[in-house]
Ligand binder design. Sequence first.
Ligand code: DC
Length: 223
Amino acid sequence: MIITIDGPSSSGKSSVAKEISKIFDIVHVDSGAIYRAITFLAINFNCIENESNINYKLLTDIIQSKKITFEKNNSSYSIAIDGVVVESKIRNSRISKLVSVIAAEKSIRDYVLIIQHQIASRNSVVMDGRDIGSVVFPNAEYKFYIDASIKERSHRRWTELKEYESNITIENVEKDLMKRDFNDTNRSISPLKIPENAVIINSDDKSIKNVVDEIVVFIKSNS
Ligand code: DC
């Protein structure tokens, strides 16, 4: 079984996907985390001079020498590089600023597509991202698109980020999200869009549980 959940940053899709993974006992792949892990490697291996000067040849060589996986721990899945969980290192604002630039690069997307297909060839998955129902698995059994307003999303992201960075302001988070929305929806390769036949859910006035319940009811009544 393949369930795809797409949507903009902080629409709640990863939290929803995490719960869906537990309910159906399937692997949760947060595809944004793959792009974040690659950005983490790009920073650590000095592939970035500035946003418009990134050494993709070097970065591609580095990521091909690493194993990016999702490890199960206490019923939830975390991203790991060569077996080491890096979840707490990939959510900071430096990575958030650079990741949409790196995610727009074709050689990087081609490599991520291989990882995504490999995982789903061995497991039932719920995968969340921007292009999962449109490009990665256009024929998936169940496709969802979760949206929310920029105000609601900024508030959610700020709440998440201030755990790691105590001086972060909500205004900066909103600016960063708007820039990322723009990059994600306007890039030429695999832009964020509503996939064909996806069920659209607006999460503004809904809790994670409300959205999860809606998805579970839909899947059960259509299986
Ligand atoms: O969901 P997130 O904010 O952690 O995603 C990080 C970045 O990765 C985001 O700017 C868009 C990009 N991304 C993508 O291009 N395609 C995906 N399937 C998932 C994420």
